[in-house]
Every structure is written in structure tokens, then in C-alpha cells.
Ligand binder design. Sequence first.
Ligand SMILES: NC(=O)c1ccc[n+]([C@@H]2O[C@H](COP(=O)([O-])OP(=O)(O)OC[C@H]3O[C@@H](n4cnc5c(N)ncnc54)[C@H](OP(=O)(O)O)[C@@H]3O)[C@@H](O)[C@H]2O)c1
Length: 239
Amino acid sequence: MDIVIVGNGKIGHAIAEGLRRARPSWPVRILGRSDDCAPAGEADVVLLCVKPLQVRAALASLAPALKHDSTLVSVAAKTTLAFLRELLPQGVGVVRAMPNLPVSELVGMTALACESDATGIACAETIFAAMGRTVRVEERLMDAATAMNGCGPAYAYVIVEAWIDAGIKLGFSYETSRTLVAQTLLGAAASVLASDEHPAALKTAVTTPAGCTIEGLMQLEDGRIRSTIVRAIIAAAKA
Ligand SMILES: NC(=O)c1ccc[n+]([C@@H]2O[C@H](COP(=O)([O-])OP(=O)(O)OC[C@H]3O[C@@H](n4cnc5c(N)ncnc54)[C@H](OP(=O)(O)O)[C@@H]3O)[C@@H](O)[C@H]2O)c1
């Protein structure tokens, strides 16, 4: 599969890095603004990784060059399939993807949506599944996916930062605290993915009666952590 990434910014670079690690044999080229877009005309899949307001201009030069049986996968937030379809030649498949930056570490999470005839969705799934997990969603849920997994790493980093600070306050070095926190979160996430149990049941297993976990949980509840997280993600989805 010949892949061209258009847009050498944060997510374009992360996808290029992820594919280089996961599938070193795949030919992947990344094009910046000043590069000739001719390689996009030879690609089976073009990943459009520009800002939403840059999509129209990028496609004005790219679209005429695309192979008629190729697929354009756009990661631009808020940019609908209908809008993209208008700018593309007949025969070119179109898919929306909402990945996140950990694709570079092969632990990305990507939501995918496509038109009803579904041309190209299997290619998009193959590409993003090589760098983590994928889910197919209805297009109406793509803004929600942006808030859930696209923006999600930023929410996790705020929690990680505060948690590391707690470790430092308790006497650990920054490096030790960072390892304690990041590996604990990785373990919790792995347990959620590996188990059919609801997170509430997993939490109960950690919570000894009259123990220290319940003391910490009570402080989190006093800080309204649940409603804060729910409201934050809903606000991001509506932004
Ligand atoms: N960052 C994330 O975590 C993330 C996650 C999921 C989805 N997204 C989506 O991904 C898109 C890009 O986000 P980003 O954070 O990667 O932004 P970014 O860092 O600003 O990257 C966009 C890149 O595209 C380049 N570009 C613009 N027009 C171009 C053209 N015609 N040909 C080639 N390159 C062109 C820009 O160059 P200039 O700097 O010269 O303009 C810039 O390097 C957005 O639509 C966003 O919604 C981002």
C-alpha cells in the first residue's frame, strides 16, 4: 500500500513515525506545504493532515492529481464527508479519521467514519490498526470522538502532571514519580481493555474496607472529579 501524508505537522508527523515503526516495509511519504504534490498522484491512500481551514486550499491542488481508485483519509476535525466529497473527483474514496498523537507509540486510538458505499474504509482501518486500536462510528459522532480520543491525551497529561506532583510532595524524585504514575495508568488501562468487568468493579477490587484507597477516593469525589470530567469532554465536543 503506497501511502502519502499531506501535512508535516503534529499529527502528520506522529502518523509517519507510527507507520515507520509498525510497518517499515510500507512506502510512506510525507509532504509539507512547499513540496511538489505529484507523489500524491501515485498513492493508494492519501492521509490529509492539515488544519480544517487549510483543507479546501490543500485539496484544490491535490484533488486533480489523485488516482481514480485511491482513498483520501482526512483527519481534520469538523470537516464533513459531504464537504470533502464536493472537493474530490468521482471514484476517489473518502474516509474521516480521528486519531490521537500516541499513534507514534503504536498505542493510538482512531475513530473512523465513511460514506455508505464504504470505499476505502478497509484501507484506513489497516493503516490505523497498525498503530493501535480503531473503531468505526457514524459520522454524526465524529465531533464526540474528537473530544473523547483526539483531545483525550491532553486530559490524561493534566492528571499525570498533578499525580507526579503528588509523588514529588511525598518525597519521590520526578523520574521515579513519573514512572510510578505512567506505569500505573498503563496498567489500569490494560486491565480495563482486558476485562469484561465494569470499571466500578475493578475499583472495588483495589479498595480494602477501611483502607487508604477509600480515603483517596473520597477526596476525588469531594473534588467532583466525575462531573468535571464529563462536563469537560462534553464542552470539547461542542466547541
Ligand atoms: N494534533 C492532534 O493531536 C490531532 C489529533 C487528531 C486530529 N487532528 C487534526 O489534524 C489536523 C492537523 O492538526 P495538527 O495538530 O497536526 O496541526 P499542525 O501541527 O498545524 O499541522 C498542519 C500542517 O499542515 C501543513 N499544511 C497546511 N497546508 C498544507 C498543504 N496545502 N500541503 C501540505 N501541508 C500543508 C501546515 O503547514 P504550515 O505550518 O505552513 O501551515 C502544518 O505543518 C487538524 O485538522 C486537527 O483537527 C489533530
